[in-house]
Design a binder for this molecule. Structure first.
Ligand SMILES: [Zn+2]
Length: 221
């Protein structure tokens, strides 16, 4: 793991909001350099606190105390200013548009170390370690179904469900935090991308209900 400073000008004040979310992304651009340039471009007005390259290099771009601009129009559990209350991490990957591929081993190892530090510095509940597609299901697919959420959960970062007998309806997704305004198929798809990557079809089925029941139980919702 290598660490480099690559300051982005794209950030502003958190206006007193406490950090209680961690949002993971992929860059979704053909090259790492292209993504790093864009995240530092004042015209693009986007950024993240960190970007993790495929070789495990961590680029520190925005101080954690500042509000980085990574989530855009988003919604989780009733909150809309996700940037104000989150740390955002970009993972270099061309994404679905430019050749989505498995995340590299050194990249995930570096990400886990980075997240461990962030979780020590901020009180972020496990259920609030999320993907961009969780908080913007109508617009975003990242970090996508190849992201190893289960491995991160085993390392103490985020939640991973176990199947549990249940008949929960689709509306329970909103109890977990998903945006009721995004549309049923979009939020089911986002849920499956995160928690049931083996089958992402946007259809609310029994297994999805069983996995959600497990998550709701873990969080006491
Ligand atoms: Zn994103």
């Amino acid at each position: 793991m290598k660490r480099a400073e690559l300051p982005s000008p794209n950030h502003d004040d958190r206006n007193g909001a406490a950090v209680d979310m961690l949002v993971l992304h992929y860059t979704g651009m053909p090259t790492a350099q292209g993504a790093l340039d864009r995240l530092c471009d004042p015209v693009a007005k986007v950024s993240a606190h960190y970007t993790v390259d495929e070789d495990g290099t961590i680029y520190a771009m925005v101080p954690e105390a500042r509000r980085a601009w990574h989530a855009g129009v988003a919604w989780w559990a009733g909150d809309t200013d996700i940037n104000a209350r989150s740390i955002g991490i970009e993972l270099v990957n061309p994404g679905h548009a430019f050749g989505y591929r498995p995340f590299a081993e050194p990249q995930i190892a570096a990400l886990i170390t980075l997240c461990h530090g962030i979780l020590l510095r901020h009180p972020i509940p496990s259920a609030r370690v999320l993907g961009h597609s969780d908080v913007a299901p109508a617009r975003k697919d990242d970090p996508g179904e190849l992201f190893p959420w289960e491995r991160l959960a085993k390392a103490g970062i985020g939640l991973w469900p176990v199947s549990q007998d249940s008949n929960l309806g689709i509306e329970a997704l909103c109890r977990y935090g998903y945006d009721p305004g995004a549309g049923a198929e979009k939020i089911v798809t986002a849920f499956q991308r995160h928690f049931r990557p083996a089958k992402v079809d946007g259809v609310w089925d029994r297994e999805s209900a069983r996995l959600l029941a497990s998550l709701l139980q873990k969080t006491g919702c």
